[in-house]
Design a protein around this ligand. Structure first.
Ligand code: NAD
Length: 358
């Protein structure tokens, strides 16, 4: 892999490796951009099949965090850590303390948090060695991000409804929700409270039964969810769910849900647009989770976190405006919104340094 050309192509700031013989830690931290503030992004533990795969994942995910954090209006940049290990058998106190020291060595340029393979308990151990960690289990912790993520998705969905139906009320609207896990469940509650009708699915029958019973939703099979005749499709389970097979089957006018990386390829964003479907870009509408954890940096305040997550409504409106202005899909408009904010705020910060970049 041509690491330096990749970093140069996508504008990375730093890629740092740490191998600690004492603990066996093999960790990589990628810092994509710190124009807006220190780089925040979770620490993923995965038994990568190669070192190249681990490096690429750290690079790709850190860049994704730059866009997500910038678009959410946060004063933080994008970074990510990966540890090459098996989360089922390699997690030890020494590993996380060693990782904490690695994070500390960067002096606050990177702030770590939970991700795939790591838990709140692991972050508690990391916190023994560094202050630059979020999502620990102290009294001031931000806790489970899922309810805030769901709250943000709901607001993003309302902004989409305003654009498509002329009103942001979801009363009487039919929403097909795919995935009834941590986020999907809370989203369903908001929707039903507002008077929406739900079609639901999950591969876990118990979850389906619970939501059907508790919220009076109609259950369909995981395969049928794409054929529901409704107003909104809310993917809250898997990535790559918007693809050549599924898009032709969709009957709703809006796609808006929590799942990460919903578009299998960028061209599927175009495909949705051609079909007249408004897509709420995943990282715009599911930013409630990072908004919640980033609030810890100011001393966690739940009300403030929810207020900021409600701002996803306005963010979605900005994305729609850019999509119209530039005649591009909302997935591209979202990237432009993030890039414009980084460029503008970067210039503001440089104003008195006499090195404006126009
Ligand atoms: P989760 O694991 O709690 O829930 C996912 C649900 O999807 C599970 O109930 C699972 O059984 C179901 N599922 C899996 N495959 C399915 C299929 N083929 N059809 C139907 N259902 C299926 O995860 P979560 O925390 O609720 O997150 C949901 C999505 O949102 C993920 O893509 C996640 O990356 C993303 N996300 C979550 C957060 C958060 O705060 N939790 C924040 C941002 C993004």
């Amino acid at each position: 892999m041509e690491i330096f050309s990749y970093m140069s192509k996508y504008g990375y700031e730093q890629l740092v490796f740490n191998y600690d013989v004492a603990s066996g830690l093999k960790a990589i931290i990628a810092i994509h951009n710190t124009t807006l503030g220190p780089a925040l992004g979770g620490c993923r533990i995965w038994p990568y099949e190669s070192e190249d795969a681990a490096i690429l994942d750290a690079l790709r995910l850190s860049r994704g965090m730059t866009y997500k954090n910038a678009a959410a209006g946060l004063n933080i940049g994008g970074g990510k850590a990966v540890i090459i290990a098996d989360p089922k058998k390699d997690k030890t106190e020494a590993l996380f303390r060693s990782f904490g020291r690695f994070v500390e060595s960067l002096g606050g340029r990177y702030i770590t948090a939970e991700d795939v393979g790591t838990s709140v308990e692991d972050m508690d151990v990391v916190a023994l060695e560094t202050r630059h960690v979020c999502g620990v289990s102290s009294a001031i912790s931000s806790g489970d991000p899922s309810p805030v993520t769901a709250y943000g998705v709901w607001h993003g969905m309302k902004a989409c409804a305003h654009e498509v139906y002329g009103s942001d009320s979801l009363k009487g609207k039919t929403v097909a929700v795919q995935g009834l896990g941590h986020v999907g469940y809370h989203l369903c509650k908001h929707l039903v409270e507002e008077g929406a009708r739900l079609y639901i699915t999950d591969i876990d029958g118990e979850k389906v039964e619970r939501v059907a019973k508790e919220l009076g939703a109609t259950a369909v099979s995981p395969e049928e969810i794409f054929d529901v005749t409704g107003d909104i499709f809310a993917p809250c389970a898997l990535g790559a769910i918007l693809n050549d097979q599924t898009i032709p089957r969709l009957k709703s006018k809006i796609v808006c849900g929590a799942a990460n990386n919903q578009l299998q390829e960028d061209r599927h964003g175009e495909m949705l647009m051609q079909k007249g479907i408004l897509y709420g870009p995943d990282y715009i509408v599911n930013a409630g989770g990072v908004i919640n954890v980033a609030d810890e940096l100011q001393g966690y305040n739940r009300e403030r976190a929810l207020r900021k997550a409600a701002g996803i409504y306005q963010n979605m409106q900005r994305v729609i405006a850019i999509s119209r202005r530039d005649r591009v899909g909302t997935h591209i408009a979202a990237d432009r919104m993030a890039e414009e904010r980084i460029r503008t705020i970067g210039n503001v910060k440089r104003t008195f340094l006499g090195e404006r970049d126009r």
